[in-house]
Design a protein around this ligand. Structure first.
Ligand SMILES: *[C@@H]1O[C@H](CO)[C@@H](O)[C@H](O)[C@H]1NC(C)=O
Ligand SMILES: *[C@@H]1O[C@H](CO)[C@@H](O)[C@H](O)[C@H]1NC(C)=O
Length: 469
């Protein structure tokens, strides 16, 4: 750090406080990589178990190689850790309620870390998940600290949330509001209460951060709407996503170091494989697994299917259910399809030229990774913000189609619905058009994060702001 700004930069430290769920852990870990590349030390704070999980699962780079990222492990509080219930009528993973209750215990140890850092740095910048606002509230007692709130969803979903909350202060294009999904069934009452509590502590932020960019959010419409005074009251905001790497260097490692599904993809023709994965917070019922399996088989398309149960509150302890496939399924689809039970390298799979479609729950990480890699989506929302992101991907961006209609969320998705959706995405003119659009969008996203691109300039602007003298 011999450049002329070195001294100033060394006096600023950044602290990341993620929500301890995979998709949130990952976004702030990816952001740590971006910020540390400006020669600013980043302190990533979470429990021992969740830090271990985040490091194990990150793809595209190795956090251990980065000397500018420091991990602060909080001792993991004791909480009960039941298995997910694949038969629940609301698919939000209610087995995580005890983890959400345990989060309040992070407040004191995190405050102690803030205090320690504030005594040695000129300025402490805290970047926290919007769902950790109550946990970091003690920063208001630290004179040289300022905090920035990270919204882990699309600007589209976040805007509509604020717009409703503010009493719809101005009209928005009717096309945006058409067919908006019901909020019913998105979360359990306990989680709605948790969110409500966090929102009460959204009052000490110095700015909002988004893992998104204009190239993704309807040509910037939703980011601009979020910036309107009626919505965020002139709060400063920056959108410099996607945080995930946008190029996968498939360095052709020796085959014993590559996941077996990448080896399998090498043998397929371009855009011929659909990747099926519903993220870390979904458990499918036995009946639903059966319908999906039959639908995939009948579509006669190649597939990689990640079949796992939802994460438990602590993914490192105890047994997990092994979801059952119909009898003889794996033998019948041999050569056509592959079922993966372990952690799959999603970014590399999406970045592989043989992958031509993604059947996804539309969690925001998955949407960003799919769009970055130019892969169209067959949307199957499960809970939370996923029905909203389904709208964005299908109705607005037109880079995907719907498999699961949220209005019929209590019903099983039949094998024939699966079959039709897979064929439409992988083997029709309509699917080809979506693929063309998403490849163009991917190009725009890649340019956006390069030197001089819109996302990179936003990140430069944020870095200049937090290191200002
Ligand atoms: C879910 O329901 C099926 C029957 O439809 C039953 O066999 C299974 O044990 C149930 N699983 C759990 C975890 O309750
Ligand atoms: C923010 O809100 C919390 C909870 O409602 C309250 O206790 C606190 O005093 C408020 N802080 C500021 C800076 O307004």
């Amino acid at each position: 750090m011999d450049d002329q700004n070195g001294l100033k930069e060394a006096q600023v430290v950044v602290v990341m406080v993620p929500l301890p769920l995979q998709s949130h852990l990952n976004q702030l870990l990816q952001l740590s990589r971006l910020i540390s590349s400006y020669n600013i030390p980043v302190h990533y704070v979470c429990t021992t178990t969740h830090i271990r999980q985040a490091k194990l699962r990150v793809h595209g780079w190795n956090p251990l190689d980065n000397a500018n990222i420091h991990f602060h492990e909080l001792s993991t509080p004791a909480f009960i850790c039941p298995p997910p219930n694949p038969n629940a009528s609301i698919q939000y993973p209610s087995h995580l309620h005890p983890l959400f209750e345990a989060i309040t215990q992070f407040r004191q140890p995190i405050a102690a870390i803030f205090h320690a850092l504030s005594s040695t740095a000129k300025r402490v910048i805290i970047i926290h998940d919007s769902m950790m606002a109550s946990v970091v509230q003690d920063i208001t007692c630290i004179p040289n600290a300022e905090s920035y709130m990270f919204h882990s969803l699309s600007a589209f979903s976040t805007f509509l949330y604020f717009w409703e909350k503010m009493g719809k202060p101005f009209p928005v294009d009717a096309k945006i509001l058409q067919d908006l999904p019901s909020q019913e069934g998105c979360v359990t009452p306990e989680i709605a209460e948790f969110v409500h509590t966090q929102v009460n502590y959204w009052n000490f932020s110095s700015g909002y951060l988004y893992n998104s960019c204009k190239a993704i959010e309807g040509e910037g419409v939703f980011i601009d709407l979020l910036a309107r005074e009626e919505i965020t009251q002139n709060m400063k905001q920056w959108a410099f996503g996607p945080f995930n790497p946008v190029e996968v260097c498939d360095e052709k490692k020796p085959s014993d170091q590559r996941h077996k599904c990448l080896e399998w993809l090498d043998k397929q023709v371009p855009n011929s494989v659909i990747f099926v994965s519903f993220g870390t917070l979904t458990s499918l019922s036995d009946e639903q697994i059966k319908e999906l399996a039959i639908g995939l088989e009948r579509s006669e398309q190649k597939f990689i299917w990640v079949l796992r149960d939802a994460d438990k509150g602590d993914v490192l302890v105890g047994e997990t259910r092994r979801p059952q496939l119909p009898k003889g399924f794996e033998e019948r689809v041999e050569g056509k399809g592959m079922v993966v039970r372990d952690w799959a390298p999603q970014l590399q799979i999406l970045g592989h030229e043989s992958t031509g479609g993604f059947m996804s729950h539309c969690g925001w990480n998955s949407c960003l990774e799919s769009i970055s890699m130019g892969v169209p989506i067959a949307a199957w929302p499960m809970h939370s913000d996923q029905p909203m992101q389904t709208m964005l991907v299908t109705n607005i961006l037109k880079v995907g189609l719907v498999v699961k209609d949220w209005a019929r969320r209590q019903e099983l998705v039949s094998s024939s619905t699966v079959e039709t959706a897979v064929k439409r995405l992988m083997a029709s003119k309509e699917g080809d058009d979506m693929r063309k659009r998403v490849v163009e969008m991917s190009g725009a996203v890649k340019r956006s994060v390069e030197e001089g691109g819109v996302s990179r300039m936003e990140l430069d602007s944020f870095m200049a702001h937090i290191t200002r003298s």
